[in-house]
Design a protein around this ligand. Structure first.
Ligand SMILES: Nc1nc2c(ncn2[C@@H]2O[C@H](COP(=O)(O)OP(=O)(O)OP(=O)(O)O)[C@@H](O)[C@H]2O)c(=O)[nH]1
Ligand SMILES: [Mg+2]
Length: 313
């Protein structure tokens, strides 16, 4: 795509938007999910830029640039486009509950787009616009839908040269955050097949969820049937650590088992371990699924294909 000057395995994702749009919250919620634990504590406005990064599959370093959105910082970035060089994806968050700031938000977006329009920036990808704080209680609210449509149309009509992708999100719905982030990561890391397969399995077999993770608990891909508040994520879903401990124990005891099943009459939890040969040895992946017990046999058959996907990753 672009002749990037930085190392191929370094990925830079920029999060921008006005102050209070929810950028830091978004990242904290995702970080929790991607297993570098941190709670959403008493949030303070971000001072200038917060950097964080995580190692993905031992191959990529994903760097998040959380650009504090107060006016004084915005002015600094806009006057110093160098902050934005080598961006792989730009996420721009708009607080959909704060109608009074829509105009200012769009103005700031346009300032950033002007920076990215510069050829030197080599930014040829989509710009990801996130309508944030679209909490589940507002989902059916006509007024919110109108607002979103209005801003969306405005952005598209004033920037015909740029491709956009729009997301509605809220930290009360962890899937909406994952979906927004997974969009760019999947494109950068070729995870689309895996994401689609998990989604299909969950839908076809009425599963509660399907989660693919590594031996360090890093979630690579996941799909959930229902809306999940990210604050309940640990409790409801994260049997991950428990399963990892189980497999660790049996490895220590040198037993060859690659499946774990917690069976109940209606819904069972099934975890399958995959050993995938890689350049650096063998990588372990785990796929956890919660499904109606009577669908498990069919799902297991489907999962035979999965080894192939993981190998090609
Ligand atoms: N209702 C609701 N509130 C949210 C959501 N996301 C963030 N917030 C709240 O919005 C406030 C601001 O969030 P921050 O994440 O600090 O915003 P920011 O964009 O990082 O702000 P700056 O660092 O100043 O640029 C906090 O009180 C959050 O709890 C959401 O999805 N829904
Ligand atoms: Mg912040």
């Amino acid at each position: 795509m672009s002749a990037k000057t930085h190392k191929l395995d370094e990925i830079k994702i920029v999060f921008a938007g006005l102050d209070n749009a929810g950028k830091t919250s978004f990242l904290i919620a995702l970080r929790q999910k991607y297993n570098f634990y941190e709670r959403v504590k008493k949030l303070k406005p971000t001072i200038k830029i917060d950097y964080s990064s995580f190692n993905f599959l031992n191959r990529y370093t994903v760097n998040f640039w959380d650009m504090g959105g107060q006016a004084k910082y915005r002015k600094i970035y806009v006057n110093n486009p160098i902050y934005f060089t080598s961006t792989d994806y730009l996420y721009f968050l708009i607080d959909i509950q704060d109608e009074l700031k829509f105009e200012e938000a769009v103005r700031y977006l346009h300032e950033l787009l002007d920076i990215y329009r510069d050829k030197e920036m080599e930014y040829t990808r989509e710009v990801l616009i996130c309508f944030n704080k679209y909490d589940p209680v507002f989902r059916e609210n006509e007024e919110f839908l109108d607002r979103i449509k209005m801003i969306r149309d405005l952005i598209i009509s004033q920037n015909k040269d740029i491709k956009f992708k729009f997301f509605n999100m809220s930290y009360y719905d962890i899937s909406s955050l994952s979906k927004a982030l997974a969009y760019s990561l999947s494109k950068l890391l070729n995870l689309e097949d895996i994401n689609l397969t998990l989604e299909r399995i969950v839908k076809d077999y009425d599963c509660n969820y399907a989660i693919l993770y590594t031996d360090s608990g890093l979630i690579i891909s996941d799909f959930y049937q229902n809306v999940i508040d990210f604050r309940d994520f640990d409790k409801k879903i994260c049997r991950i650590n428990e399963s990892l401990e189980f497999f660790q124990r049996i490895t220590d005891e040198e037993v060859e088992i690659d499946e774990k099943l917690t069976f109940s009459e209606e819904r069972s939890e099934y975890v399958k371990k995959y050993d995938i040969p890689s350049e650096t040895g063998v990588s372990e992946y785990y796929l956890g699924i919660c499904a109606p017990s009577n669908n498990l046999d069919t799902i297991k058959k489907e999962l035979e294909e999965f080894q192939k996907y993981l190998q090609s990753m």
